[in-house]
Design a protein around this ligand. Structure first.
Ligand SMILES: [Fe+2]
Length: 511
């Protein structure tokens, strides 16, 4: 590696926006300080300093959503409530550029105008909301759109885990493109985070959940952003699905036995409770079908699936099994006042392990097996392998007790081999996207991209790994203009899929 250190380099950083923050000076909330200290300034920079070398065949953008609050909660802040900020690192011709923008949701705009929080967060009772309206399956929440990000039909879409709008951003400039309308068919109940973009067909699969019967809906958007399939899915009651999976022919929905306690719910309280006496139910539906076939498996909650594919009579479904969905054995190392709520945020608290379910379509039975003893989550795959037989999952390890990722593991799901990298003391990464090398044909012929928050050096970097050699550490470290808040879900969009990617010499010039 060349010995140029990004800290000694200068880079032109353009400030493109500032927003009002009413957070207290010296804020000591554990998820608004330290690695979670939020941003208030939007910046753009080109030709970022690099240690190592950015491969010329790394071509596209890494997009990461971030919970980035700007106002204190009405009473109790939870990190899932934070407003959305997208950080973008683009790679082109061996150089990198950066931009960050808030997602200007309806709720964000209203709270900017009011100068305070108006809706209740997930750790607060809905009654504390100052507004009678709101979004989300629970109701009276702000649709922060800060959970997930995907790129569909050349547009970046941010989404919210409690269901809400899909906010559209230019995936190169992060300019605000409004909300998805689906030509008038966007559901009033909103859609959940983790819609699935299918590269081969340009389709996007989605689901919505809520407190009204039938409690779940599933649908398909085509490459022209039209709703081409939408079907109700009956559940026994309100559930809290977070993710879905798909194969070549099927969508896979879930009914996990972690849901709002029905008695408390009848009294207007939303208490998520694990019901170990109930099975995990996995619903298999033809991608354009309406008849859901349910399979039962050992009780758990699954936050994220990794992949699924068909093999003979079976559907193979991989995801992260939670050994302790309520994190009863978990601890929170920070301020004890927050222990009850925040112990549920850590991977070690939830005991998340890579797991495989085999759903036999001929017999209706399920076989399941643990694929790893390691506690990991947030698994990413080569996007070309989605819905197909695959070999590698790239997942994060968690800092004990915290919603922070302290390392990266490449799981070989065929052999069980694991290749690990730890970011180092005080350094936390985000969900790590796979960027296939331009012209690649092998599954691991590509790069892994993550964004760090480095509390030791007080900086952030975007790290590039050789996907086949995770343990060797990053091949390039790109310095970002400032230390940015820890964040989670991310995606990779190849330059070839981005409108205007080669239209200008200046990658940010399109704005
Ligand atoms: Fe998620």
């Amino acid at each position: 590696m060349p010995d140029r250190d990004p800290r000694e380099s200068s880079v032109d950083v353009e400030i493109i926006g500032r927003v009002l923050s009413t957070l207290p000076v010296g804020d000591d909330h554990p998820y608004r300080s330290g690695p979670w200290r939020p941003q208030t300034v939007e910046r753009a920079a080109v030709d970022l300093p690099v240690v190592g070398e950015i491969p010329a065949d790394l071509d596209g953008v890494y997009l990461r959503n971030t919970e980035n609050p700007v106002h204190p909660a009405i009473s109790d802040y939870h990190p899932f409530d934070g407003d959305a900020m997208v950080h973008l690192v683009g790679f082109r011709d061996g150089k990198a550029f950066y931009r960050n923008r808030f997602v200007r949701t309806d709720g964000f705009r209203a709270e900017q105008e009011a100068g305070r929080s108006l809706w209740a967060g997930v750790a607060e009772r809905p009654e504390v909301a100052l507004r009678p309206d709101g979004w989300g399956a629970r109701g009276r929440m702000k649709d922060a759109s800060s959970t997930d990000i995907v790129v569909h039909a050349g547009v970046a879409l941010t989404s919210f885990y409690q269901c809400g709008e899909l906010y559209r951003l230019d995936p190169l400039t992060l300019d605000d493109l409004g909300k998805s309308t689906w030509h008038g068919d966007f559901p009033a109940r909103g859609v959940s985070a983790h819609p699935k973009v299918i590269p081969d067909t340009g389709e996007m699969l989605f689901f919505s959940y809520g407190k009204d019967e039938p409690y779940l809906h599933y649908g398909v958007i085509d490459a022209d952003d039209r709703l081409v399939h939408h079907t109700p899915v009956e559940l026994p009651g309100p559930r809290l699905p977070h993710d879905m999976a798909y194969t070549e022919n099927y969508a896979i929905l879930n009914d996990c036995p972690l849901f709002w306690d029905p008695q408390a719910l009848a009294a207007g309280r939303h208490v998520a409770r694990f019901h170990p006496d109930l099975p995990l139910r996995l619903g298999v539906v033809p991608r354009r079908g309406t008849r859901v076939r349910w399979f039962e498996a050992a009780p758990t909650y699954v936050l994220h699936w990794v992949n699924a594919y068909e093999e003979g009579d079976e559907i193979v479904l991989d995801g992260f099994f939670q050994g302790d969905p309520e994190a009863r054995g978990g601890t929170f190392p920070g301020d004890r006042r927050y222990a009850r709520v925040f112990r549920m945020l850590s991977l070690d608290g939830m005991q998340t392990r890579l797991h495989r379910w085999r759903l036999n379509l001929a017999t209706g039975t399920v076989r399941e097996e643990r694929l790893s003893e390691s506690i990991t989550e947030f698994g990413m795959i080569n996007p070309g392998c989605a819905g197909r037989s695959y070999r590698y999952a790239y997942a994060s390890t968690g800092a004990p007790g915290w919603f922070l990722f302290d390392g990266l593991v490449r799981h070989d799901v065929r052999t069980g081999a694991e290749d690990r990298y730890r970011y180092g003391p005080g350094v936390f990464g985000s969900e790590t996207a796979v960027a296939p090398r331009v012209g690649a044909s092998d599954e691991d012929d590509g790069y892994l991209i993550t964004m760090t928050t480095d509390m030791t050096a007080d900086r952030s970097e975007c790290l590039v790994f050789d996907a086949a050699r995770v343990g060797d550490g990053p091949i390039a470290r790109v310095a970002l203009p400032e230390r940015v808040s820890s964040g989670t879900h991310s995606t990779w969009a190849a330059g070839a899929t981005l409108p205007g990617w080669r239209a200008t010499d200046d990658p940010l010039g399109a704005s």
